[in-house]
Design a binder for this molecule. Structure first.
Ligand SMILES: Nc1ncnc2c1ncn2[C@@H]1O[C@H](COP(=O)(O)OP(=O)(O)O)[C@@H](O)[C@H]1O
Ligand SMILES: [Mg+2]
Length: 277
């Protein structure tokens, strides 16, 4: 069974619409993230169940689903913040194996930029210091180069005037925009967002979504765990509905929102869409 699965994966690849096409037509490096039968247990709790996930270059994938379904755990496994129990993860073709030494793991991890719900900025560093820290340490960028890049990114997220501010002087929306700039400063192949607007006051959600929308339209590769159904529908190329550790259904956003095939997707969408204004 397993060997057949591998053969399938070698010989074919799945397009966004779910059609199988011969893999020879596809440039291998276009697959940025790939998991094969990924499983995660916390104790005896089975949190990720045989997840096969593929994200292509420039794709924006929205992951939706009820609380507790394993969305954060999936994102955290991709970034090696959590150790998968079994299965494989490839980041741009490189096998991510959490038993690798930190030295070997770090370059693979740095291919993915991470934006968390709670910003996770360094409180003792100014905005620009937050942004240049990782490029300096991990990418060995010179200070001048890192600052020039950081300033460019601050323009992009609309926060040039906050360059020397400390995080505690910023609003939640501003903090999250700094966090996005910080993730971009590593020039990652893909950005992973875990509910980036959930901790924000409602009036600050828009400014963060706007930055994310711009990134999507510029062709960034993004995986976005979100409760913002409008964003998922309007901006993503593909929506994945997750429940109870499994991918229940995935596909074109219009299709998923208008015509969900699975009962669990229907119930979830009825529930969340009924509370939309
Ligand atoms: N560190 C942990 N230890 C034990 N259980 C965990 C841990 N992290 C998450 N879980 C459990 O795993 C399940 C999935 O959680 P999570 O990935 O956070 O879901 P979601 O992000 O979809 O809300 C939940 O039942 C949660 O309680
Ligand atoms: Mg979560």
């Amino acid at each position: 069974m397993d060997s057949q699965q591998f053969k399938m994966n070698d010989a074919f690849t799945t397009t966004n619409s779910g059609n199988l096409i011969p893999a020879t037509n596809v440039v291998e490096d276009e697959i940025i993230i790939r998991t094969v039968k990924l499983n995660k247990y916390f104790g005896d709790k089975h949190v990720l169940k045989d997840i096969d996930f593929e994200v292509r270059k420039r794709e924006v994938v929205a992951v939706i689903g009820p609380s507790g379904s394993g969305k954060s755990t999936l994102i955290r496994c991709l970034n090696a913040l959590e150790k998968a129990t079994s299965g494989e993860i490839y980041i741009h073709g490189e096998r991510l194996n959490s038993s690798l030494s930190v030295k070997r793991l770090s370059p693979i991890r740095s291919e993915l930029g991470m934006v968390f719900q709670n910003f996770n900025l360094f409180p003792h560093m100014t905005v620009i210091e937050n942004i240049i820290e990782a490029p300096r340490l991990v990418r060995k960028m010179s200070k001048d180069q890192a600052i020039a890049l950081g300033e460019k990114l601050l323009v992009k997220v609309g926060l040039s005037d906050k360059r020397d501010a400390y995080p505690n002087r910023l609003s939640g929306g501003q903090k999250q925009r700094v966090a996005i700039a910080r993730a971009l400063a590593m020039q990652p192949r893909a950005l992973l967002f875990d509910e980036p607007t959930s901790a924000l006051d409602p009036e600050l959600v828009g400014e963060v979504l706007k930055v994310m929308k711009d990134l999507a339209y510029e062709g960034s590769t993004m995986v976005v765990v979100t409760h913002e159904m409008q964003f998922a529908r309007d901006v993503s190329d593909r929506v994945v509905f997750m429940s109870d550790g499994s991918f229940i259904e995935q596909g074109d956003p219009e299709e998923i929102f208008k015509n969900p095939k699975e009962k669990r997707t229907q119930l979830f969408l009825e529930r969340v869409l009924s509370v939309l204004p």
